[in-house]
Ligand binder design. Structure first.
Ligand code: NPW
Ligand code: K
Length: 491
């Protein structure tokens, strides 16, 4: 039977509990899964800390503790000095059976004092954590942090929500985390990703067909967008590869639109034109070669330009400046049924007016918005203030509200569609947080839309390819470097 890890879907703790139940119902007993989970923890510990002096298993009352008990008994069998501190399992449970396999007494949690050479196995709470940890757990978390004792977390660092990636209160900071069958949002959303340290996905013998979920939430990657990437054909000509327009700001802030336009050209749009206000045309001309210009000083100019049906996608907002004009232009674009990537000043223009924006873009989804944290808060204050919502929930609610694809940027960019599909991008390098990098992203997405990629897939691909270009650029990268390195993948 094919055993598996699922590397594309993300499983909320609720979705994973359903997987567990399905697997057990299929005839694989819970204790067998627990033994495999405990064994994978031991494998990680021994390969990462081969000189461990003491393995200290901190065990909680549930199945997370059960995995810890299995690890404790296996380590003892390997001759590793083992200590158990924590809570006894409830009698009659799988965790109680696991605990009985280990002869070391479970000492009170509060009695643990870290020593040099210790490695802590955090088996206090995993998927079942539903509130802040109590004072006794908080105190031991504090002592471990103070001593700098390395921690290997089972499933999730205790105190971290697997659903939101946020701590519920005091939280363990782990050097490594071993989780099972599939990642949870908490492993990739910030700050969870950092609190987990290096996360390993272990195969504990669940049949592949059962490691599934009906929640459309994925890690961002080619499995989502690969099949819809624009194909290169020998008979291609510039118009068949799409025409992207980027609306330029005034004289003083035209650079942002140029970055966006350059990225759109690099990602493969056949033509890219700046829609430039008359006062900035000369200045832009001095900087442009492959990118063309069209004078656009008013909504009427824009509407007339859009009579060219080949102009299929537009970017509005980077360095644009005039908020009232941004609203007017968005309306013209919506009426002309074009694809629009709305960014930066284009987003600020609709703070307090999201209802207006959603109404404009009703019907088939043609709007992508790319807010960073501050822009998201300005646009959706009620959603942003609701502490019960994860970043995925927030992006999904915003997408549904606007009938848009939302690219909620950050170290853990979330891409969400109004039909509930969502992806978390987990591998962008930290140096992507630089001035102008958002302008490049809007151009990449716009360039893919101009080439007729479906809108959610274009946003997912845009985020991934933008991150890949940044990884290639390395530390010290500027937005100019980034725009120069963006490339469509070979398909
Ligand atoms: N099922 C399977 O097949 C497999 C599961 N696996 C493992 O099981 C783990 C999930 O197990 P789980 O559901 O028992 O949850 P877990 O994280 O141990 O915590 C629940 C306990 O903690 C308690 N509690 C919660 N919050 C608390 C707080 N803040 N402060 C204090 N207490 C708190 C809660 O108590 P209660 O709320 O009932 O008072 C309950 O007793 C999963 O992470 C993985 O490691 C693997 O073996 C693979 C196979
Ligand atoms: K844990």
């Amino acid at each position: 039977m094919a055993m598996a890890i699922n590397t594309t879907l993300l499983f909320t703790p609720e979705a994973m509990a359903k997987v567990d139940a399905r697997v057990i119902a299929s005839g694989i007993p819970g204790p067998e899964l627990m033994r495999a989970a405990g064994a994978s923890v031991v494998a990680c510990l021994l390969s990462s800390w081969p000189n461990v002096a003491r393995a200290v298993v901190l065990c909680g009352p549930g199945n997370n503790g059960g995995d810890g008990h299995i690890a404790a008994s296996l380590l003892a069998a390997f001759g590793v000095p083992v200590l158990r501190h924590g809570y006894a399992p409830r009698s009659g449970t799988d965790a109680a059976a696991a605990s009985a396999t280990c002869e070391h007494a479970i000492l009170p949690l509060g009695d643990y004092r870290p020593l040099a050479g210790d490695v802590v196995i955090d088996a206090l709470f995993g998927a079942g954590l539903d509130r802040a940890v109590g004072a006794e757990v908080a105190a031991v978390i504090g002592r471990i942090a103070e001593a700098g004792t390395p921690v290997l977390a089972i499933d999730l660092p205790s105190g971290l929500s697997g659903r939101t990636g946020r701590p519920t209160g005091p939280v363990i900071s782990a050097e490594r985390t071993v989780t099972f069958a599939g990642l949870k949002p908490g492993h990739v959303l910030m700050p969870g990703r950092e609190l987990c340290g290096v996360t390993t996905l272990a195969d504990i013998g669940m049949p592949a067909r059962l490691v599934a979920s009906d929640d459309p939430l994925w890690i961002n990657g080619p499995h989502l967008y690969g099949p819809t990437l624009p194909r290169r054909e020998a008979a291609d000509h510039k118009y068949s590869r799409g025409h992207l327009a980027v609306m330029s700001g005034p004289l003083i802030s035209g650079g942002a639109a140029r970055l966006s336009a350059m990225a759109g050209l690099r990602i493969g749009a056949g033509l890219v034109t700046l829609g430039t206000p008359p006062g900035a045309v000369m200045a832009q001309s001095a900087h442009l070669t492959a990118i063309m210009q069209h004078r656009v000083g008013s909504s009427a100019d824009l509407a007339a330009w859009l009579s060219d049906p080949r102009l299929s996608a537009l970017v509005l907002g980077p360095g644009f400046g005039d908020l009232e004009k941004a609203r007017d232009y968005a309306k013209v674009l919506a009426n002309a049924r074009r694809y629009l990537v709305l960014d930066a000043d284009g987003l600020t223009a609709f703070a307090g007016r999201t209802g207006e924006l959603g109404d404009m873009f009703a019907g088939e989804t043609r709007l992508v918005i790319t807010p960073h944290e501050g822009e998201f808060r300005r646009l959706f204050p009620a959603i942003a203030e609701d502490e019960t919502l994860s970043k995925v929930d927030r992006a999904r609610q915003a997408a549904a509200l606007l009938n848009a694809v939302v690219v909620y940027k950050g170290a853990d960019t979330v891409i969400a569609a109004s039909d509930g599909r969502a992806a978390i991008n987990a591998d962008a390098p930290p140096w992507l947080a630089t001035a102008g990098s958002g302008d490049v992203l809007s151009g990449v997405i716009g360039g893919l839309l101009a080439q007729s990629m479906p809108i959610f897939e274009a946003a997912c691909a845009g985020v991934a390819l933008h991150g890949a270009a940044a990884s290639q650029a390395g530390p010290g990268m500027t937005a100019e470097d980034l725009a120069g390195l963006v490339r469509p993948p070979a398909v």
